[in-house]
Ligand binder design. Sequence first.
Ligand code: PLP
Length: 413
Amino acid sequence: MRPPSVDALSRSLTDIDLPAPLLVEAARIAIANNDPESARPEALRLQRSLLGPAINATGVLLHTNLGRAPLEYHQQAQATNLELDLSTGGRGSRNKHVATLICKLTGAEAALVVNNCSAAVTLVLAALARDRAVAVSRGELVEIGGGFRIPDVMSESGAHLVEVGTTNRTRVADYQAACRLHDAALLLKVHPSNYKISGFTEEVSVAALSNLGIPVVADLGSGFIDEGCHWLREGKPSWLRDEPAVKQTLEAGAALVTFSGDKLFGGPQAGVIAGRADLIEACAQHPLMRAFRPGALVLGALQQTALAYLRRDGDSIPFWRMAQTPVPQLLARADAISAGRSVTTSAMAGGGSLPGEEIPSAGIQLDGDVSTGLREAPIPVIARVRDQTTFIDLRTVHPDDDTLVANAIASII
Ligand SMILES: *Cc1c(COP(=O)(O)O)cnc(C)c1O
């Protein structure tokens, strides 16, 4: 029997929601492999390789592979006042709208938004410390996931890294000695987001550093905005105990802080620089700002998140809604999905923040490693496997997706 033509084979796939050229591609591959039957799985494989929804059942609230903080944001197909000053009719700044809200939230004089926190740190160093020294504790020469390494960022930005102290102990005198030897433009304090140094340790607080007369930049990463947690009904959760907050770090004397939009802030991928107006202005004027500037989609989503904080409405920020759900509620959902398989679990913040801090949670336990089967569900369910047991943690699953989770479980057992 003659094999079907590429054309005929691709037309047999039109029930799959893909543009014709991609169905033709799948048909061509199948025929080249002498296996026309494989055209359908090939097209489905292509479809699943596109960016699409997934159900985060890992219990890691900010899972970098799953897009960190979940967020819903709608934008009309309409012009905006992105760079128009509506009072004068002249050129405005895309940086003014949301920056005003960030200042209100954090008490900062000024703020600037870029595409991510790595860009924020790079811009600060390039604009304020090019060809000059920046002192960093040896305990804070971190690598954050995705290849963000402080020594590399430093050299790319044209600043000279001056290492201070030792891996486990750094004192004020170490910074003072470094500043006497080098003409330091900045003291950089990097939050060791994804690891802990414990035991015989000592570090210098932002407050102590800010007395040395050189601007202190605190790269906080996480974007925990205010220890007051006024947007949470129950106040500050205990797992945030040791996390430095943006507002309090500025109050302690940091000249600038940098943080991500999509970690504990719960917004879109973005980087925020907040603090002294003159330093922010220097960052805004730097040529790199043109390359790092975010688009209206990001600024709109960040503004929506900032407004929710100001309304003290943590429930409308998906990250905080999932972080706050009481364990009994999660257990009841687990029972409804699969009575008899409910368990309490430990969730965590993730996204390179709060290492070792456990967030009480609940979910469903399945024998064996069934993660592959769960990933094959129409909306892939991403679970966690430990000791040949699969855990579906419901803290990170939206309640609307419980039925999909139940269906995925039913399909594998
Ligand atoms: C996460 C993190 C970064 C990088 O942030 P991105 O937004 O992913 O670029 C930088 N510094 C610290 C301390 C972080 O925790």
